[in-house]
Design a protein around this ligand. Structure first.
Ligand code: FES
Length: 111
């Protein structure tokens, strides 16, 4: 079961940018890639909790602003020699609005 919640306009997030969405279940970082793909992951870096929503987006990855761990936006997995992962959440765009599956957020990580 899904519970798609409108979290704002796609146009409110710049290309290669992010928006922090605060929910009762925690903070979710929602990213927009240069190809207009949207991804939602936990905001806290698995290393020491850095704010991933303030990281640098490149391709389908984000680099943590604190110590440069690179995480995939689609899988939440750390890249390269680093280990760890963040939860990913279903998100989609409909009529220019970003919808986040808050039911999945309540249940925890996808993979
Ligand atoms: S807190 Fe993200 S790399 Fe250290």
């Amino acid at each position: 079961m899904s519970d798609w919640t409108d979290i704002g306009a796609l146009s409110a997030i710049p290309e290669r940018g992010a928006r922090l969405v605060k929910t009762a279940m925690g903070c979710v970082a929602v990213f927009r890639t240069v190809d207009d793909e949207i991804f939602a992951i936990d905001d806290a870096c698995p290393h020491k909790g850095g704010p991933l929503s303030e990281g640098i987006v490149h391709g389908r990855s984000v680099t943590c602003p604190l110590h440069n761990m690179v995480l995939r936006l689609d899988t939440g997995l750390a890249q390269g020699a680093d280990e760890g992962s963040v939860a990913t959440y279903p998100v989609r765009v409909e009529a220019g609005r970003i919808l986040l599956d808050t039911e999945r957020l309540r249940r925890g990580r996808v993979a």
